[in-house]
Design a protein around this ligand. Sequence first.
Ligand code: NAD
Ligand code: WQD
Length: 337
Amino acid sequence: MRILLTGGAGYIGSHTAVELIGRGHEVVVVDNLVNSHPEAVRRVERITGRAIAFHKGDCADPAFLDGVFAEHRIDAVVHFAGLKAVGESTAQPLRYYRNNLDALLTLCEVMDARGVRRLVFSSSATVYGDPAAVPITEEMPLSVTNPYGATKLFGERVLTDLAEADPEWRITLLRYFNPIGAHASGLIGEDPDDVPNNLFPYISKVAAGRLPKLRVFGDDYDTPDGTGVRDYLHVVDLALGHSAAIDRIDDRSGLRVYNLGTGQGTSVLEAVRAFERASGREVPHEVAARRPGDIATCYADPAAANRDLDWKAARTVADACADAWRWQSANPGGYRG
Ligand code: NAD
Ligand code: WQD
């Protein structure tokens, strides 16, 4: 298939491009580069040995997007494009709602007009809010605690209504748990612009000596060691989840929803120790106050994706640490050098 990746220059999009190309698909990338660098696309070309059509532009711009569909006969779309920083979304709610919802609505309108109705959507475990129980299954109640999460929940709702209105659509919602790691080549990885918000990129910068120490946000949660527990998923496994979803998108019409996670929880302190082992570096850390909005424990029940998509995360947190460290060491300044 020829697959359009919106946000394809970003962290998850670039890794997904590699895996889709590896399975014989052709990839077209659209990205406005608000949180990424065109070097990521060049690196994907280096890894795969294939040229990628890259269009710089905004998904909320209908004329631009329609031009991309006019130039390439697109079979399916994976919609990664969006802003994703939870804290920033609370400070700039209008920007988040405008960007994430406009991009999705415009994309769907252009796809509909062009008769392209196969879509995979990047959703998030954030739609489960503070889950009543773990592991989390897809049927559990949804709720959100910040504007970013609300854009994902609304996005899911838009696509649910669309699939209901027109049976021609084949839509898969993928709810990612916590993606970490990098491609084993060390050529692509997560490249936060600023001080990282997420745990693993922060640890990685501390290990590299670029940040002085990690603050562990709370050690008084109801978890085995008191620190927050999450389901950390290797980004290459996550990328393979997208290619599995694309492979099976025509199995049935309508909308499907899958958790993509490992089913295993890892605490903040376990994450620190795993990174120390993989890097051979110390990760200085101190306990700080809880971060507002954080929950104690979150991990997936990935049984539905195991069963229907024949997908299972194969890589460990240790593998992800080794790959993230290779990426960090080879690219201390990220793509910007
Ligand atoms: P990312 O920021 O690296 O990638 C998103 C890309 O979208 C960036 O390259 C950005 O420049 C681009 N973009 C944003 N708005 C755009 C617009 N209007 N038009 C065109 N391009 C636009 O983030 P990521 O981690 O690769 O996340 C990809 C998707 O997965 C996002 O939708 C995110 O919300 C979702 N997600 C991410 C995580 C995570 O922890 N990384 C977890 C769950 C869900
Ligand atoms: C993980 C754990 C922190 C940083 C976020 C979004 C979610 C999804 C994935 C997009 C928690 C602790 C962190 C630090 C710490 N994104 N921590 N010190 O919060 O589970 O999920 O990213 O959809 O929507 O909310 O991930 O990596 O920020 O935190 O102690 O400097 O690490 O308290 O327990 P989170 P995270």
